[in-house]
Design a protein around this ligand. Structure first.
Ligand SMILES: Cc1cc2nc3c(=O)[nH]c(=O)nc-3n(C[C@H](O)[C@H](O)[C@H](O)COP(=O)(O)O)c2cc1C
Length: 368
């Protein structure tokens, strides 16, 4: 199949599976241990029924919304995924350009294979950066300063990675950062800089810290004026703690099923987390990711309380299927599907979707 014939994200995945080198493909697609969370993440969205409104004039409608004061074309952004140059030589720059063309934000991974300044230059759309708080707090501080200076608009602190999760395919494949690629934003003068070791854990173990606590978030929040979101939450009490520790928003995520196998699907915890978030701070942001594969899933997530959804693997599929054009295709498929889903559900705007909420999207009655 060729890119122009791809009509949904699964088609893009099918193309990408033939272009991406097999061990990199395994790295991208894998989840932790038995991959139960990974499998459940997609399925859980589909269990949510949409109780469409009839005879609503939907001839004029829009998927547009705003995020952190910036207008965007849909409640959708690119989630941070490591090492995008394994999917396509243009890597993160291709993703940034595609997001720019689509008017959608990108969140850059700190494990990117392109310097953050180069990615910033490739997009006029909002650019956020994911960071791990490193054992080397001085390094994290200087990375944040550097990103701040480059015009990164928000920081996303990943909280679900006190240690690296285990992906058994990577262990079997002896997966490591391919020769010729560099985790450029995480190179430092002191300590090991090579990328030897299975997975990305080996030489990058200093970039995460098992001792992290909310105090570290408080410290980071005083070190930058940019908004901070905390990524990898699944509990309402953690959403409250994040906001009370200086975060501007929360990102409900199980890391695409790659960290704790057995973590809940985000579709199952979103409503409670969003409610806790809004009751703590009315203007706090709530992002969700994990298993979003259709525009109808975006509709479901926004109705359950998300300001926007993020997609991880679908961006990598787009990259593998056709670089910048492939990512553009992935984003436009999702946005067009959302537009159609809104029309069929009798909804004219993202605002209206949020207001209708649980009246529109409901869990299927059990045993029914
Ligand atoms: C290959 C891959 C690499 C990832 N790298 C990172 C990362 O560097 N930092 C991070 O916070 N999350 C990372 N994630 C998690 C994503 O940001 C996101 O939470 C997840 O992919 C969403 O699920 P989805 O792939 O089903 O859309 C990664 C996910 C994948 C699949």
């Amino acid at each position: 199949m060729q890119l122009q014939h791809a009509i949904n994200l699964a088609d893009l995945a099918a193309i990408a599976s033939t272009t991406i080198e097999p061990t990199a493909w395994d790295y991208y697609r894998s989840g932790a241990w038995d991959e139960t969370t990974l499998a459940r993440s997609e399925a859980a969205w589909r269990e949510l029924e949409i109780h469409a409104r009839a005879m609503v004039d939907v001839s004029t409608r829009s998927t547009a919304t705003t995020l952190l004061g910036r207008a965007i074309s849909a409640p959708l952004l690119a989630a941070p995924t490591a090492m995008q140059k394994m999917a396509h030589a243009d890597g993160e720059v291709a993703t940034a350009r595609a997001c720019s063309a689509a008017g959608l934000p990108m969140c850059l991974s700190s494990l990117s294979t392109t310097a953050l300044e180069e990615v910033r230059a490739a997009t006029t759309a909002p650019l956020w950066m994911q960071i791990y708080i490193s054992q080397d707090r001085g390094f994290t501080k200087s990375l944040v300063e550097r990103a701040d200076l480059a015009g990164i608009e928000a920081f996303v602190v990943t909280a679900d990675t006190p240690v690296w999760g285990i992906r058994e395919r990577d262990m079997r494949n002896g997966f490591r950062v391919p020769d010729g690629l560099r985790i450029v934003n995480l190179e430092r003068d002191a300590g090991p800089t090579g990328h030897s070791g299975v997975g990305i854990g080996g030489a990058l173990s200093w970039t995460i810290d098992a001792s992290l606590s909310w105090k570290d978030l408080e410290a980071l929040a005083t070190a930058t004026k940019r908004p901070i979101l905390v990524k990898g939450l699944c509990r309402p009490d953690d959403c409250r703690a994040a906001l009370n520790s200086g975060a501007r928003g929360v990102w409900i995520s199980n890391h695409g099923g790659r960290q704790l196998d057995g973590a809940p699907a985000t579709a199952d915890v979103l409503a409670a987390c969003a409610a806790a978030t809004r009751s703590t701070k009315t203007d706090a942001l709530c992002i969700v990711d994990g298993g979003i594969r259709r525009g109808i899933d975006i509709l479901r997530a926004v109705a359950l309380g998300a300001d926007a959804v993020a997609v991880g693997r679908p961006i990598l599929w787009g990259l593998g299927a056709g670089g910048e054009r492939g990512v553009q295709r992935a984003l436009s498929i999702l946005r067009d599907e959302l537009d159609l889903a809104m029309a069929l559900a009798g909804v004219r705007s993202a605002e209206e979707l949020r207001t209708l909420g649980c009246d529109l999207v409901r869990r299927r009655p059990s045993g029914g």
